[in-house]
Design a protein around this ligand. Structure first.
Ligand code: 0PR
Length: 365
C-alpha cells in the first residue's frame, strides 16, 4: 500500500483506464448478465451503505427484501413463499441442497440432477459431501425424467430440475419431476436462475414453479434477466420450516438468528432488483422478454439461412449452433460439447444481432 495517497485525478484516470480494458457490452454475446436497468443502478446507489446482515439496523432495506421475496413468490404462484436475497444462483443452489440434506438426515445422502446442471451444483455437493447422480438428457438436451426416477432412492435428499439451462436454454420436465418427488417424498429444487425471469413473461411456457405441488424450492437471479445490479439472487421456499432448518444463533446482532450463507449482505442489489420489478411491472417485463425472444428467433433464422443449424429449439433466449469459428471482436461461448452459444440478453438488441449476422455472412467460408 502507498505511504501517501494518490490525488483524486490520478486515481480516477487509473480506474477509468482499467475500465476501458473491459470488453464493451456491444460485443458480449456470451453473458447471462446484462447492463443494469437505469432504475436498478439508481436504486442501488441509494442503498450503498446498507447491510442486510444486520437487518435490525436497516429495517427499511430489510422490508424491501421481504417485498422482493413476496413479489417473486407471487410471480411463481405462491405469494406466501419464504426466502431471502442471495449473491446469485451458486449461493441459492448451495443453500437449497443444504436444506434438503438437513431435512432428510441420511448418513450417505445423494442428489439426483440432470447432466446439464450448472457447475455450482458440483461446488454444493463438494461442500456438503453429497453424491451426485447425473441423469442423462434426451435429444433436445432436457433431463430424461424416466431415468431420474430410477436413480432416486431412500438416500436421495434432493431431486434437481433446471428451468432454463445455462448451455442450451431448455426447461427440464419439471411437471414429471414434481410427480416423482411427491411419489418418493423427495425435496425438489428448481434452478430457475436464468429462466425464472423469462418464463413467467412468455405467452406459452413449460410449467416450472410452485403451481406444481412437488416443487419445494426455486432459485432465481434478478442479476440475470431481472436486469438488476450484481449480485442479486433469490432463494424461495414453499415451507417456512425448511428455511428455519438453517437458522444459527447470532447473539450480538439486532436479530437473534440468521439462515443466510453470507453474513454481511448488500442491500443495494436488493433495492435494484425490486426497483426493476416495480418500475416495469408484468407488462414491461413481457415487452423486454418478448424482444429478447424475437432477437433469439431472428438469430436462429439468420444463422440457418447461412447453413449453420441450431442445435436445439430453446425455451428461453439462449441459442446454440453447430459452428466453431466466430470473427473478432465478438465474444461468444462454447458449450461442453463444442457448440457455439449465444445469449440474447437485453443489451443484445436487434441491431447487434443484425451486425453479428452481417459479420458471419462475410466470414462464412
Ligand atoms: N444456475 C444456472 C442455470 C446458471 O446459468 C448459473 C450461472 C448459475 C446457476 C450460477 O449463478 P451465479 O453465477 O449467479 O452464481 N450462469 C452463467 C454461466 O455460468 C453465469 C455467467 C454470467 C457466466 C455472466 C458468465 C457471464 O459473463 O454461464
Amino acid at each position: 500500500m502507498r505511504e501517501k495517497g494518490q490525488s483524486i485525478d490520478h486515481l480516477f484516470s487509473f480506474l477509468a483506464a482499467k475500465r476501458e480494458e473491459d470488453i464493451s457490452h456491444d460485443y458480449i454475446l456470451s453473458s447471462m448478465c446484462t447492463v443494469p436497468h437505469p432504475v436498478a443502478s439508481r436504486a442501488h446507489t441509494l442503498f450503498l451503505e446498507t447491510n442486510l446482515g444486520d437487518p435490525g439496523l436497516f429495517p427499511g432495506t430489510a422490508s424491501l427484501e421481504s417485498l422482493l421475496v413476496e413479489r417473486l413468490g407471487a410471480l411463481f404462484s405462491h405469494p406466501s413463499a419464504c426466502g431471502y436475497a442471495t449473491s446469485g444462483g451458486t449461493e441459492s443452489n448451495i443453500q437449497a441442497l443444504r436444506i434438503a440434506k438437513k431435512l432428510l438426515g441420511a448418513s450417505n445422502p445423494n442428489v439426483v440432477l440432470p447432466q446439464s446442471a450448472h457447475f455450482s451444483f458440483q461446488k454444493a455437493c463438494d461442500i456438503l459431501g453429497l453424491e451426485m447422480r447425473k441423469v442423462p438428457l434426451d435429444g433436445e438436451c432436457r433431463m430424461d425424467a424416466s431415468k431420474a426416477s430410477d436413480l432416486v432412492d431412500r438416500d436421495t435428499c434432493a431431486l434437481v430440475g433446471v428451468a432454463g439451462t445455462t448451455e442450451y436454454g431448455v426447461v427440464d420436465p419439471i411437471r414429471e419431476l414434481s410427480a416423482i418427488a411427491l411419489d418418493h417424498g423427495t425435496f425438489l429444487h428448481v434452478d430457475a436462475a436464468f429462466g425464472g425471469m423469462v418464463l413467467p413473461f412468455l405467452e406459452e411456457a413449460p410449467p416450472f414453479d410452485f403451481s406444481l405441488p412437488g416443487v419445494s424450492s426455486i432459485a432465481v437471479d434478478p442479476h440475470k434477466m431481472g436486469m438488476s445490479t450484481i449480485p442479486a439472487g433469490v432463494l424461495l421456499l414453499r415451507e417456512k420450516s425448511a428455511l428455519s432448518s438453517l437458522a444459527v444463533d447470532t447473539p450480538y446482532l439486532s436479530v437473534k438468528q440468521e439462515y443466510t450463507l453470507s453474513g454481511t449482505r448488500p442491500g443495494g442489489p436488493v433495492a435494484g432488483a425490486l426497483a426493476v420489478l416495480e418500475y416495469l411491472g408484468r407488462e414491461g417485463m413481457r415487452d423486454i422478454v418478448a424482444g429478447c425472444m424475437k432477437n433469439t428467433q431472428r438469430l436462429i433464422d439468420g444463422m440457418e439461412a447461412f447453413g449453420i443449424p441450431r442445435v436445439v429449439t430453446p425455451d428461453v433466449n439462449v441459442a446454440t449452433f453447430a459452428r466453431t469459428r466466430i470473427p473478432p471482436p465478438w465474444k461468444v461461448s462454447w458449450t461442453r460439447t463444442g457448440h457455439l452459444r449465444i445469449v440474447c440478453m437485453p443489451h443484445v438488441h436487434a441491431g447487434v444481432v443484425e451486425s453479428f449476422l452481417k459479420d458471419i455472412g462475410e466470414n462464412n467460408a
